[in-house]
Design a binder for this molecule. Structure first.
Ligand SMILES: Cc1cc2nc3c(=O)[nH]c(=O)nc-3n(C[C@H](O)[C@H](O)[C@H](O)COP(=O)(O)O)c2cc1C
Length: 199
């Protein structure tokens, strides 16, 4: 089962990007495969013009299509998720997140806009058909600090949410895999029963 890490910050370095990377690292340590899309690295002209024929946008769409889960990270800009992320969500098909588990995360300057993910982003993820949108993770700049010497420092209250997010994601993926296996077993049993009748 593959997990896509989608970064919607125009900045580099990016705090939301670093938190996303940390989630990816923990998922990898648990044996889960991840792939990444940094929207800022996609061709800007194709994004701005919603050019569906652009090969890089098509490749990114394909990565989304193949993923079982998406961790989507954004900075808070003007009380909302980033416009850059929106340009990418806008080029997805109507049911672009169908059957996917989504874990949203954001980093903002302060606490004032901590509901932006739930009021702003969550409805769009659901409109795109997400099967399950997990509890979002919101951190402030002061809670996600990076420096060369000690690497990423996550405040303890956020650390708990990050770990909970990773565990919920894995639980939901296991549930999804079990359902998929059951469905497949039922279909195979049906085929065998039909073959018996026909024999
Ligand atoms: C143009 C701009 C607008 C911002 N607007 C808000 C805002 O409305 N609310 C907020 O909490 N932080 C706001 N911030 C602060 C960013 O959310 C914060 O710096 C965050 O860490 C950026 O994430 P990034 O490092 O992943 O890009 C804004 C920053 C910029 C550059």
């Amino acid at each position: 089962m593959s997990i896509l890490l989608l970064s919607g910050s125009p900045s580099t370095p990016s705090r939301s990007g670093r938190l996303l990377h940390e989630i990816g690292r923990r998922l990898n340590a648990l044996g889960k495969q991840t792939v990444s899309i940094h929207v800022r690295d996609l061709p800007p002209q194709a994004l701005m013009h919603a050019d569906f024929s652009d090969p890089e946008l098509q490749a990114a769409q394909q990565l989304i299509k193949q993923a079982d889960a998406v961790v989507v990270a954004t900075p808070i800009y003007k009380a909302a998720y980033s416009g850059l992320l929106k340009t990418f969500l806008d080029i997805l098909p109507q049911e672009g997140l169908a059957e996917k588990i989504v874990l949203p995360l954001a980093v903002g300057g302060g606490q004032s806009h901590m509901l932006a993910l739930d009021y702003g982003l969550r409805p769009i993820l659901q409109a795109l058909g997400a099967q399950q949108v997990l509890n979002s993770i919101y951190a402030t700049e002061a809670q996600v600090v990076w420096n060369e010497a000690s690497g990423l420092q996550i405040a303890s209250e956020i650390e708990g949410r990050v770990q909970q997010g990773v565990e919920s994601l894995i639980d939901s993926l296991q549930c999804k895999a079990a359902k998929r296996a059951n469905r497949q077993a039922e279909q195979e049993a049906e085929v065998r029963t039909l073959a018996l009748f026909e024999a």
